[in-house]
Write a protein that binds this ligand. Structure first.
Ligand SMILES: Nc1ncnc2c1ncn2[C@@H]1O[C@H](COP(=O)(O)OP(=O)(O)OP(=O)(O)O)[C@@H](O)[C@H]1O
Length: 592
């Protein structure tokens, strides 16, 4: 109930904010249709005037009816126009709200959570429904008014007609069932809906097209896509079919009740003079049916809308919970004096049954170059993401010069770091923008981009592009050029070099698509860069699989299945003759 009230509040406040005038004008449509109810009253007066042979009553009824119909139409048309515009504006407002919400969450966890993505998918597939929320809410007032009016009219004709309202009971039960089925169908469709869009995307992307063709799996993918589309539509079809059956049953019950009540009336009134009374009773009975079913149906629609507004609130609440973990407001210092300390840090991904990082205790000294090595799945990227503030540790703390990272303003912290990730962005913009993205304030700064390209050893790439930095990237755009995997990676590296004086630079296997020699050269450049930032205490953290590259690092961290098993300089670790020394020996043998 509390959730429903919150949903109603959100609906009304958002409507009042995005279209205050139209939110009021929508009421005219309601007034218009309430006015039309009066038509029944005027007909009654006209009929009465005819029976009693009173021309004044007949004229009064006729004039009142014409005025009512004309004003009802005018009000309805004005209100309907307002309703349509309001629906659009409200729908857009909620779409924007979802987009803003997604962008505002500081963590990336929500983008990996199936339940969050499912709710988003449902909101996407029911897009537009929420837009009709306020109009539908006001229409409910109208439907209630009509129901009260028609029930009162019926009661004044013959109280036995009220028995017809009993047919609302199966309609209420049916509506509740239909809503439950619909909600279940929405939940069940979300996952196959997301998957079918993903499969369709895979089939259409040029980067995946070659693998699909090379493996000859296009037909298989097509079959899976059809199966997922089927799984996506089936729950809705099932709910619709069962819904139609319950509606038919309700209609039959209603007809049975109607016939029974009318027979009772007819048998008691007898024949002849009772004909007009029976006609009025039939009209009143139809009116009751219309309003009762309208009322129940209206509550069904409102339940649909509110269910989706509640989903939005669920997303809001999720964002607020995540926001709570990122509520720190302290500014990031301009230089590191001591360094970054990981104090018993552990991290478990949402839904995972074991931690990806466990009990990490290490100090990254200010001004150092730190290398992180370990086998696939050891937890290297997770560590980098924790340091970048993309997740918060599940246990322990990360201390930046003794201050918990959670206490720092996350946006300010990110302004003080720069990163190149393994799964880097392929920004299909101009080359200038794709690099300039590394510092939002310098997206169009050509000097900054030129410097960053030099530092990333990617100047050759600029020369190779037909329009230099103005070249549109991506073959799917007019005049766009595609790049090789290594070239994209160099752009990502250059992007990480745009920000001039970061406190933390993280490179998470940014050179995996480059050859070992190039990686080595680049790593030497990183070290040069790191030495330049030494007076700021800047830390450079490099994740790599190639051990030869990390020899010059000040500190090497060796991760194994989420635990930090060794740390020290390359020489110290080799002397120690442990896991690192063993892996280094194996790799050196492999390369020579
Ligand atoms: N989003 C996620 N949800 C659940 N588990 C995850 C997620 N990302 C990674 N993991 C798990 O966490 C563990 C550590 O992954 P991580 O990506 O940090 O390893 P890594 O050392 O960087 O591996 P690689 O060298 O292959 O990049 C792995 O067992 C992985 O399956």
């Amino acid at each position: 109930m509390r959730d429903t009230l919150r949903a109603l509040g959100l609906l009304i406040s958002t409507s009042a904010r995005v279209a205050p005038g139209r939110s009021l004008l929508v009421l005219l449509e309601v007034l218009g249709s309430v006015a039309e109810i009066l038509t029944a009253l005027w007909i009654g007066i006209i009929v009465d005037g005819v029976i009693r042979r009173q021309p004044d009553r007949i004229w009064f009824g006729l004039v009142a009816m014409v005025i009512t119909i004309a004003s009802g139409w005018t009000l309805s048309l004005t209100g309907a126009e307002a309703r349509m515009t309001l629906s659009e504006k409200l729908g857009f407002a909620f779409d924007r709200r979802v987009a803003r919400l997604n962008a505002s969450i500081p963590s990336i966890e929500h983008l990996e959570r199936a339940d969050y993505l499912d709710q988003l998918e449902i909101l996407r597939s029911t897009r537009g429904l929420i837009g009709t929320g306020l109009a539908s809410l006001l229409w409910s007032v109208n439907v209630i008014a009509m129901a009260v009016a028609s029930i009162s009219v019926a009661a004044s004709i013959d109280p036995r007609l009220l028995l017809i309202t009993l047919s609302a009971i199966p309609a209420i039960i049916g509506t509740r069932l239909r809503n439950r089925w619909k909600a279940r169908a929405e939940e069940e469709s979300a996952l196959p809906g997301r998957r079918s869009r993903q499969l369709a995307g895979v089939a259409l992307r040029p980067s995946t097209g070659s693998e699909l063709r090379a493996f000859g799996v296009r037909a298989t993918l097509g079959r899976w896509l059809i199966a997922d589309l089927d799984r996506w539509r089936r729950p809705t079809l099932w709910a619709t079919r069962r819904g139609a059956i319950t509606t038919a049953v309700e209609e039959i019950i209603f007809l049975a009740v109607l016939v029974a009540v009318l027979l009772w009336l007819i048998l008691q009134l007898g024949s002849g003079t009772a004909a007009p009374a029976i006609a009025v009773a039939v009209v009143a009975a139809r009116q009751i049916q219309w309003t009762v079913f309208g009322l129940v149906g209206q509550f069904g629609s409102m339940a649909d809308i509110l269910r989706n507004v509640r989903r939005m609130i669920w997303l809001d609440d999720h964002a607020a919970t995540v926001g709570h973990d990122f509520a720190g407001r302290r500014p990031t210092p301009d230089r590191l004096r001591h360094g970054i300390t990981l104090d018993d840090v552990g991290f478990t991904y949402h839904g995972a049954d074991r931690p990806s990082l466990d009990g990490i205790e290490v100090h990254l000294p200010a001004g150092s170059v730190v290398a992180v090595v370990g086998e696939n799945g050891a937890g290297k990227s997770t560590l980098v993401k924790l340091l970048a503030g993309l997740y918060r540790p599940s246990t322990g703390r990360i201390l930046v010069d003794g201050v918990d990272l959670a206490e720092l303003d996350v946006d300010d912290w990110r302004r003080h770091l720069t990163a190149a990730f393994q799964d880097h962005l392929r920004l299909e913009l101009t080359a200038q923008q794709a690099v300039g993205f590394g510092d939002p304030e310098r997206i169009d700064d050509r000097d900054a981009t030129g410097r960053a390209l030099r530092l990333a050893a990617a100047e050759g790439l600029r020369k190779a592009l037909p329009d230099g930095l103005d070249t549109q990237l991506g073959a799917q755009w007019h005049g766009g050029v595609d790049l090789s995997g290594g070239q994209w990676q160099r752009l990502a590296l250059a992007r990480a070099m745009v920000r001039e004086s970061p406190l933390l630079r993280v490179f998470d296997e940014p050179t995996a698509a480059l050859d070992a020699q190039t990686e080595h050269e680049l790593f030497e450049r990183y070290i040069e860069q790191a030495r330049e930032g030494v007076d700021r205490g800047a830390i450079t953290l490099l994740v790599t699989h190639r051990f030869a590259t990390v020899r010059d690092a000040d500190l090497v961290l060796v991760l194994d299945r989420g635990r930090l098993i060794e740390q020290g300089t390359h020489d110290a670790l080799i002397r120690r003759g442990g896991h690192y020394a063993e892996l280094y020996r194996l790799q050196s043998r492999g390369y020579h």
